[in-house]
Design a protein around this ligand. Structure first.
Ligand SMILES: Cc1ncc(COP(=O)(O)O)c(C=O)c1O
Length: 393
């Protein structure tokens, strides 16, 4: 039971659908690492990971050991790569068998030493993927030095080098030249390693947009995150040939908790940033920036009530948002309100909402806070050729 009527609905069938689209693109021989970090971009890491495991994702990607632990404690058995670097300080959970059940990103010898020590203690090999920097300037060994650096790993006999990977910095630009350069550097490195007879099971680079736009970057595994959730990653539309059909998985909903007639000339909310122009009805919604509905949407966003759009008026506060419903007949306390998602013929997308808020869609998804409960649905519907989330049951 949800006592505070603000919630997200997660359509797991949508994720299933999006996963199949990725599979169609990459083909049978390329593995898919489903990226479920940051609580699966706000969709709930455990539920999404269970689904991806059923769908036979080759790997799951998380950001930290804590996120990996959460999945293992929930009984997830699929291989998990920790995409971030662990601190050279694992003693807090030294001896924990979970350490040998996950795969570590490696790019420093300090961490290699710690992992080797721990692996020896547990008398089990630890799996590692070496992260190579081909142009992101973030985590990773610079590509020019990587082949030589990998030779150092020979002395760490308890570490199994299972993968080499890199990450793209400019995938959302129309011009693919910078990414092609990164692909070229990575390919060059793989060739150098082959000469050294280092051939790893996994070689991976592609995030969501690279899955769609750049087959040459698929290598032996791809790492999509946001498209699995049905959200388009780029800020601007790319060429038609680069679009794929996706089904958004997340809806954000609430209910009208208060309603009142408001005369013309009344100012609304903190700072009085909106003044009514005519007598109207203003509905109060129990959602605000404390739930991850950004204050930047104040006086900009629209919500859906009774299948119609209602504008957000006044400044969004921590727990409450006001909408003008004067033009919508019959609105009552208790009516369902869609802030992101579909109601009747209307849809409000995460992409449009984040554009209005001046954010990227990733931020909005990850920003939905812990006090917003999730309700999971498995009832996808396809309507009139367009792809929509299922209506709330
Ligand atoms: C290393 C790495 N790989 C893959 C992804 C997935 O990216 P996207 O959600 O754009 O597909 C991320 C996300 O930030 C990442 O950091």
């Amino acid at each position: 039971m949800i006592l505070r009527p603000t919630w997200t609905e997660i359509n797991l069938d949508a994720i299933r659908y999006n996963f199949s689209r990725v599979k169609e693109i990459v083909g049978l021989h390329t593995g898919i690492m489903g990226v479920v970090k940051a609580d699966a971009y706000g969709h709930g890491a455990v539920s999404v990971a269970k689904l991806l495991e059923q769908l036979e994702a080759a790997y799951l990607g998380v950001s930290s050991l804590d996120e990996a632990l959460e999945l293992r404690q929930a009984g997830i058995r699929a291989p998990i790569l920790i995409l971030g670097s662990v601190l050279p300080d694992l003693h807090a959970i030294s001896g924990d068998p979970v350490l040998s059940s996950v795969t570590f990103t490696l790019c420093t010898l300090d961490v290699a030493r710690i992992l080797q020590k721990e692996a020896n203690k547990q008398q089990r090999p630890f799996r590692i993927h070496v992260k190579v920097d081909t142009g992101m300037g973030r985590l990773g060994v610079w590509y020019e030095q990587a082949a030589k650096w990998v030779k150092n790993l020979a002395e760490f006999d308890a570490l199994q080098l299972e993968g080499i990977y890199t990450h793209f910095a400019n995938m959302d630009e129309r011009d693919l030249n910078a990414t092609l350069e990164q692909v070229g550097r990575f390919t060059w490195l793989l060739e150098m390693l082959e000469v050294q007879e280092v051939v790893t099971r996994y070689r991976h680079a592609a995030n969501s947009l690279a899955v769609i736009r750049l087959p040459a970057s698929h290598f032996s595994m791809v790492r999509p995150g946001i498209i699995l959730y049905g959200v388009w990653p780029a800020l601007e539309p790319l060429a038609d040939s680069e679009q794929i059909s996706l089904m958004p998985a997340l809806s954000l909903k609430t209910r009208v908790v208060f309603l009142k007639h408001t005369p013309a000339g009344r100012s609304l909310g903190y700072g009085g940033t909106y003044t009514t122009k005519r007598p109207t009805r203003i509905a109060t919604l129990p959602i605000g920036y404390g739930d991850g509905y950004p204050a930047a949407l104040s006086n900009k966003a629209k919500v859906l009530i009774r299948g119609m759009q209602a504008p957000v008026v006044g400044r969004i506060s921590m727990d409450q948002t006001l909408v003008d419903v004067g033009h919508i007949a019959g609105v009552q306390v208790g009516d369902e309100v869609v802030l992101v998602g579909t109601q009747g013929e209307q849809r409000i997308s995460i992409e449009e909402t984040s554009r209005l808020a001046g954010r990227i869609p990733y931020e909005l998804l990850c920003g939905i806070t812990g006090r917003v409960p999730r309700v999971y649905h498995n009832t996808a519907v396809l309507s009139r050729g367009a792809i929509n989330c299922a209506p709330a049951s």
